[in-house]
Design a protein around this ligand. Sequence first.
Ligand code: ASP
Ligand code: MG
Length: 422
Amino acid sequence: MSLIVQKYGGSSVADAESIKRVAKRIVETRKAGNDVVVVVSAMGDTTDELMDLANEVVPLPSGRELDMLLTAGERISMALLAMAIKGLGVEARSYTGSQAGVITDGQHGSARIMDVTPGRVRAALDEGAVAIVAGFQGFNRGSGDITTLGRGGSDTTAVALAAALKADVCEIYTDVDGIFTSDPRQVPAAQKIAVITSEEMLELAAAGAKVLYIRAVEYARRHGVTLHVRSSFNNNEGTLVVNSVDGESNVEEPLIAGVAADLSQAKITVVGVPDIPGKAAQIFTIIAGANANIDMIVQNVSAASTNRTDISFTLPKTDGAGALAALESSKSDVGFENLIYDDQIGKLSLVGAGMRTNAGVSATLFTSLYEAGINIEMISTSEIRISVVTRADTLTEAVRVVHTAFGLDGETEAVVHGGTGR
Ligand code: ASP
Ligand code: MG
């Protein structure tokens, strides 16, 4: 007998029909002899709708009350799901985050899980019931208040419960068949990945892949939870996210796990920075003060005649205006000449644990882009990732040619069930 945690996203419980379909799946898992803990998201777009409602009442709702409001979404789906399961003749009980022992810090809207004490969930299992837990929510002991974990937080709830209950697997049900070698909406030849390491998954998620939330993957990695990302619309095997595919497993690591595309970044170039010690420190202290998240940084060789250099970096478009304003106001202090803002960039990231031991990866990457006539504007690397910046309008083409160059193309077109991938 296994203990399985199953998490169903909003698109899997969008209406009464979907809830009944999911209930059947849960009952099948239970009848196969497993202990089952289910974590649910709010139905469909409920969270967005509640958020809109709050903003209609007041422009800046209080964090405490907003959390109170948003957590209602998951309470609706958990209760309906428990009813549906009972309707199929299997005992089920729903629990809020606090009843399930999800203890968090006090940061409303983005609370972090501090502890999980799932006594009532364990007791329900011991009595043969299926336990249904509201995702995305917790309880702060200091204030006695209800908190939320940030958008998409139900994944984290599921992983945290799986870790605390020492579950055999944490299944994340969504509307796509698993993790793909690239976004199937952009790259029709993208293939489902059977097994990926959490390390690779973290890099892919950070590089723009949207199926799993980074915090959930980090939590799973830290606590050794195996994730199985799969579709709730069929019975296909999905993608296993495992802690490491090392020597013992006898699995040869594939060179490349996937290619991610990110259109959410912009580039700022600080032109004519005096090439003396301390200038980069000054610039990035200003950027940090504006709370901008820097990704890639490039500094050019300074022109001998002027002894000035250009420093370029990328950051989320949403941080662009704030960073520009902060830099502009310190222009004479830093002594640079001017600023260039470019929000028409795209970032391609190639991720693979096998890169560590293979020297030819960058040559293949750059050659494939060259042959497609695509210009590279910036490059950055980590141990298992290479990212390049291109023009935004060449990004899709870039991802496709790189996907082909690394032999990732499959024979069949990937099935996309619609929805957002959540
Ligand atoms: N319902 C929340 C959201 O939409 C949490 C989740 O879906 O995981 O962000
Ligand atoms: Mg949702």
